[in-house]
Write a protein that binds this ligand. Structure first.
Ligand code: MTE
Length: 304
């Protein structure tokens, strides 16, 4: 095992182009253009009958052919084809900021250092669909413990791959590339927070965020950032891709909360991919027993 201890905005302000934005709206529609999961949402006021069927695993073929990965495309069904041939080896990850042992380490080394566990988690997209996926990976807190988090670190910032010559979606200047996300330090250290390197016991396919992605099951799916190249420990709350793109619609916390509607649609129910009808969305995506204490005393309508 590697001893890691020894080894070393708003769109308007940033990248907004009115012409580009209008073209995007023209091609996919305003809701989809600004929707973190790229399909048209359930209109507010729609009151479907909800089921309470038990969780069953979403088939592998669905998990790998219905993807949000805007670096490739806004069209979920197109991502798998477009991502074929994505080069994921070698894949160095920079670990930096307020840490005792800053270093750049390849994913292959991380996988040797932290053997994969299987964790079946629900993933609930902000637009109202969900899946149940058997992930393989290791809890982020193990890496954080070894890397040595320094005093003053309050957030973890994650950055995705950034190369418009290989990721056609990044030519779209409307979005604030690279895709970034952030967690408060205690969220990042929570045992549910996983760095996933596989699913269904196989290597993570490119379209699902190869070779390494975050999975934060109590938050909307867009917090689960794919194809990570940098993990930084920082003092200030980092800007995130969706909060920068549409600050009035996507907050930093993004905890699944059926009582807090998206400004343009309800979050009360969800469509489990593969099921007929809809089911009620659960607070914290059903993980309240595990994570609610992280938010004691916080107004979750203000900190959405
Ligand atoms: N990470 C990056 N780098 N780029 C993205 O477009 N989309 C997010 C998230 N992580 C996204 C990302 C969204 S909106 C969702 S719902 C999940 O990935 C979807 O993950 P899946 O395709 O494995 O289901």
């Amino acid at each position: 095992m590697i001893n890691l201890k020894k080894d070393p905005i708003t769109p308007e302000k940033l990248y907004f182009s009115r012409r580009k934005f209008l073209a995007l709206v023209g091609s996919v529609g305003l809701s989809a253009a600004l929707a973190a999961c790229g399909v048209l949402p359930t209109p507010s006021g729609f009151a479907p009958s909800a089921t309470s069927e038990p969780d069953t695993l979403t088939p592998y073929d669905t998990v790998t052919h219905y993807n949000n990965f805007y670096e490739f495309s806004l069209q979920k069904e197109d991502v798998a084809d477009l991502a074929t041939g994505m080069v994921t080896q070698p894949w160095p990850i920079e670990i930096s900021g307020l840490v005792d042992h800053p270093q750049t380490i390849d994913v292959a080394e991380l996988m040797k250092a932290y053997p994969a566990e299987e964790r079946t988690y629900r993933l609930r997209c902000v637009e109202g669909w969900s899946m149940v996926i058997p992930w393989n990976g290791f809890p982020l807190h193990k890496l954080l413990a070894d890397i040595g988090v320094q005093e003053g670190a309050q957030y973890v910032k994650f950055t995705s791959v950034n190369d418009p010559s290989h990721y056609p979606g990044q030519k779209d200047v409307f979005f604030p590339w690279p895709y970034t996300e952030g967690l408060r330090l205690d969220e990042a250290q929570h045992d549910l927070t996983l760095l996933a390197t596989g699913l269904y016991g196989k290597a993570l396919p490119p379209q699902d965020g190869a070779p390494i992605r975050l999975v934060v099951p109590w938050k909307y799916g867009f917090k689960s950032i794919k194809s990570i190249i940098k993990i930084e420990l920082v003092t200030d709350q980092p800007a995130t891709f969706w909060n920068t793109s549409a600050p009035n619609e996507y907050g930093f916390y993004s905890n699944v909360n059926p009582a807090v509607p998206h400004p343009r649609w309800s979050q009360a129910t969800e469509r489990r991919i593969g099921e007929l009808g809809r089911r009620n969305t659960e607070l914290f995506n059903g993980y309240a027993n595990e994570v609610a204490s992280l938010y004691t005393g916080m107004d979750l309508e203000k900190y959405y």
